[in-house]
Design a protein. Structure first.
Length: 475
């Protein structure tokens, strides 16, 4: 298994590329196998049997597929196998879901199934799927991810790339895909998952990249380390280990660094670490205020303004739902930092999601809004939290409590600023009553959270205490 310090270095660099929108994913058959679909050996098992061959003894599966086409004089049998296998409904795996939630806008795959686009839709994203040459000339409106299915799609099995002759002519029949992949390999950091690196299309593209691009971009692949099988003797196990080592070394020619994991289940855990590291660069500010208690109104607005401004200056992203009495100051504070230094800070560092005020079933719509906003963040700050009820009385805002509950469910780090009172003070009391529950493995944070109980010696000092907390997890 790859040493922890190398994995940590990979996560750090990969998250930087995510922040710069310079990441692409290449998903191989191993990704779909995790959702219950077959891999190539299983897909061709019946094909081999029909030819009187044993799939266990075949290693050149593309040639095997060609033999079947030659035998039948057409490719209908292979197309039927794809339609039968991949038309069955399957749920995206945890790895699919994590990758769909990350701000990745380019996905490549040799798989025929719809798992990637299904995961993107589940994450409220709009995929633009490309599986024919003509698809590359059309842009789907409102898309926020492109899925290149270079070998075809289950919806058009007769057009799928399946056998050797199709691979041999791919660079004539699918030249636009070759060009697009070559461009992405130069411009983006690729993460290869569930891919064996035996696909002749990819080998060809990588070899061209190797020949024509001396300054190769760094790419990564996640691969399971060779495991000892029950039938392995010492010699066979050592042989398989040696062959994997040669493969890993060969990939370095193309700028591809390999991360070895012990088990396939380690892959989603590694992706979760990437997601959490990225999300901790985003702060969700929760709060509402009809009144400000002991705070003079302008002091309270200045505090919210400074909190957002300093968050942007700390290179964080701010997410806000435009809460009553607070939202405008949060937005203005973030924008002031951005426009004061537009060469360093970006408008992408502010995400505003105003709550809808009209329409049917508003509570359900608000719940969806909260879920989507909070899912973007890794840290949640809670300030004030009160509203006026139907009778005109000032009560603690249950919406802020619900946002706290969602934040905890999604693994965010909660930062209730008790000094602002109301619901924020209630939440602070809860986390301080059982800090191990809300901050597992984060003993360092407890004294800092305790320091948020008071405005002393100044509001500016209180802002610094909050910013210290939100910057620390990203070191």
């Amino acid at each position: 298994m790859t040493p922890e310090h190398q994995i940590e270095a990979f996560i750090k660099e990969f998250v930087k590329d995510l922040e710069q929108d310079a990441v692409a994913v290449f998903a191989g058959a191993g990704m779909s196998k995790g959702s219950g679909y077959v891999d190539w050996p299983e897909l061709l098992r019946d094909v081999a049997a029909e030819l009187g061959l044993k799939i266990e003894l075949e290693h050149d599966l593309i040639s095997l597929a060609q033999f079947h086409v030659n035998h039948r004089k057409n490719s209908d049998g292979l197309a039927k196998r794809i339609l039968q296998e991949f038309s069955e409904q399957a749920e995206p795996s945890p790895a699919h879901e994590i990758l769909a939630r990350l701000p990745i806008h380019t996905y490549w795959t040799t798989n025929y199934d719809t798992l990637i686009e299904d995961a993107l839709r589940k994450a409220y994203r709009v995929p633009d799927v490309k599986h024919r040459n003509d698809d590359l000339t059309i842009t789907r409106p409102k898309r926020d991810a492109v899925v290149y299915k270079m070998h075809g799609d289950v919806s058009a099995p007769k057009d799928a790339v399946l056998y050797k002759e199709q691979y041999e002519t791919y660079y004539a029949t699918h030249a636009p895909f070759v060009s697009a992949l070559g461009g992405d390999l130069v411009a983006k950091t690729f993460l290869f998952i569930g891919f064996s690196f035996t696909d002749p299309n990819l080998d060809y593209v990588l070899s061209r990249l190797h020949v024509f691009n001396n300054k190769k971009r760094n790419h990564y692949c996640i691969m399971r380390e060779v495991q000892r099988e029950a039938s392995d003797d010492d010699e066979l196990f050592a042989y398989r280990q040696r062959k994997q080592a040669f493969r890993i070394d060969d990939l370095k020619r193309f700028g591809i660094q390999t991360l070895l994991v012990d088990e396939y289940a380690d892959i989603p855990r590694l992706l979760e670490r990437i997601e959490m590291r990225f999300r901790k660069k985003t702060v969700f500010v929760s709060g509402s205020a009809e009144e400000y208690g002991s705070w003079p109104r302008q002091d309270a607005l200045n505090f919210a303004h400074a909190l957002a401004e300093e968050s942007v200056k700390a290179d964080l992203r701010v997410v806000n739902g435009f809460g009553w009495g607070i939202g405008s100051s949060v937005i203005n504070g973030a924008l002031e930092a951005i426009y004061r230094n537009p060469m360093r800070y970006s408008e992408d560092q502010l995400v505003v999601r105003p709550f809808p005020q009209h329409g049917a079933n508003l509570p359900a719509l608000w719940e969806e809004y909260r879920q989507r906003m909070i899912s973007l963040a890794g840290i949640a700050i809670f300030v004030f939290g009160n509203k006026q009820d139907a009778s005109g009385a000032i009560v603690d805002a249950q919406g802020v409590r619900r946002e706290f509950e969602i934040a905890i469910e999604r693994g965010l780090v909660p930062i209730p600023v008790a000094a602002t009172g109301y619901m924020a003070k209630q939440l602070w009391d809860e986390v301080m009553a059982d800090p191990a529950k809300f901050y597992p493995g984060m003993d360092w944070i407890v004294p800092h959270i305790r320091g948020l109980e008071s405005r002393d010696p100044s509001d500016a000092d209180l802002v610094k205490r909050v910013v210290t907390i939100i910057k620390t997890p990203n070191r």
